[in-house]
Ligand binder design. Structure first.
Ligand code: PLP
Length: 395
């Protein structure tokens, strides 16, 4: 039998559209930081489903919430409320109020791109006709829908899909003068990641984020912070913007919020959220009871474990051990969102492939850097084993 992961003996061809490239492995089970593939090989997952699996694979608290809600109530239409989504929105606002000092309101969706799409529509309506433009950063990543792709500051990704929605412009990241120069009366909002994840794990300078906040205040623009990769403890604080001591007007979330269950959220200060009126936005699956139960379980478990503190402690350990590894030139990032920049001449893609074959999942976020975003519940022993594999793969 062929070793191609999609050849199950019944399917003659790959059932998926070819948007993700050839998969190397088919996973069938996970527990904590460990994954198993269809041949029984064991892996340490130091990518965490791309910063999704913050509480570990098959987390028992999340699994219990999901299964008991699945046999209680999964979905009702948004013509009605349901108890789980209502409680989840209250929880999301509670954690964001703690981090920003103000109350807001939540729109629930199913992915990061949808969370950003809602924020972009909110910014357009907030600005009004003629004031609809959004400035984001070069190197950013905000999603794959047409508007979030347009907001993504990577022109090469736009190329096959022109014409994109208009009203998007870009400024170099961490350059306040360039950002200020891009502002004119048509701009309603600035959209930024606190750490550019897909862009190579590049943290924002604290001074830059503070200056952006001030610029938005002076020019009456909304500050939208994309916390889809960084939110819920990943960088060592509940949200990445907290490192700069600023409060955004709008925050978008997904990934860790569902620990693998598809859910996204857009939070906005109450006065900003009031821009939306009935009919302005929606989704059949906005705030299902099932998603609501998962979000409640995830936030509850993260608070019980103090997830940001785990990310800080394990992040310091992982950074120190990687920094001491021959072949690693530099380590950057925040908490447990880390990139290991390899010595010149070492191909990160090749190293990631070797690591996969040796039972460690990471990704080459750039041609020269590995990205590590393990579950926040990762143990010191797992960190030791992962770093040993990285050292062996490099050498
Ligand atoms: N924004 C950021 C910062 C992301 O990292 C991602 C995904 O990697 C997205 C948005 C898009 O999220 P999704 O893939 O859930 O649509």
């Amino acid at each position: 039998m062929s070793s191609h992961p999609f050849d199950t003996g019944t399917a003659a061809h790959c059932p998926f559209m070819p948007v993700f490239g050839a998969p190397g492995v088919m996973f069938v089970r996970g527990e904590g930081t460990t994954l198993w593939d269809s041949t029984g090989q064991e892996y340490l997952d130091f990518l965490g489903g791309l910063a999704v699996i913050a509480l570990g694979h098959a987390n028992p608290v999340v699994a219990q919430a999901l299964s008991s809600q699945a046999s209680t109530l999964v979905h009702v239409s948004n013509l009605f409320a349901n108890d789980q989504a209502t409680a989840a929105a209250i929880e999301i606002n509670r954690v964001l109020k703690r981090s920003t000092g103000v109350d807001g309101q939540v729109f629930l969706s199913n992915s990061g791109a949808e969370a950003n799409e809602a924020a972009l529509k909110l910014a357009r309506k907030f600005g009004g006709r003629g004031r609809h433009a959004v400035i984001s950063a070069y190197g950013s990543f905000h999603g794959r829908t047409l508007a979030t792709l347009a907001a993504t500051g990577q022109p090469a990704k736009h190329e096959p899909f022109h014409p994109l929605p208009d009203g998007f412009r870009y400024a170099p990241y961490n350059d306040i003068d360039a950002l200020a120069a891009a502002v004119d009366p048509t701009v309603s909002a600035v959209l930024l990641e606190p750490v550019q994840g897909e862009g190579g794990v590049i943290p924002a300078d604290v001074g830059y984020l503070r200056a952006v906040r001030q610029l938005c205040d002076e020019r009456g623009m909304l500050l939208i912070i994309d916390e889809i990769q960084t939110g819920f403890g990943r960088t060592g604080t509940w949200f990445g913007f907290e490192h700069a001591g600023i409060a955004p007007d709008v925050v978008t979330m997904a990934k860790a919020l569902g620990n693998g269950f598809p859910v996204g959220a857009t939070w906005a200060r109450t006065d900003v959220a009031a821009t939306f009126q009935p009919g302005d936005h929606g989704s059949t699956y906005s705030g299902t009871a099932l998603a609501g139960a998962v979000v409640r379980a995830v936030i509850g478990e993260m608070e019980r474990l103090n997830a940001p503190a785990l990310a800080t402690e394990r992040g310091i350990e992982l950074t120190a051990k990687l920094s001491a590894t021959p072949g690693v030139a530099a380590v950057r990032g925040s908490g447990l969102l880390i990139a290991a920049e390899l010595d010149q001449g070492i191909d990160a893609k090749q190293v990631a492939a070797t690591l996969l074959a040796n039972g460690l999942v990471v990704n080459a976020v750039t041609p020269t850097a590995l990205r590590l975003a393990p579950p926040l519940t990762v143990s010191s022993d797992e960190i030791d084993r992962a770093v040993a594999k990285i050292a062996a793969a490099i050498s």
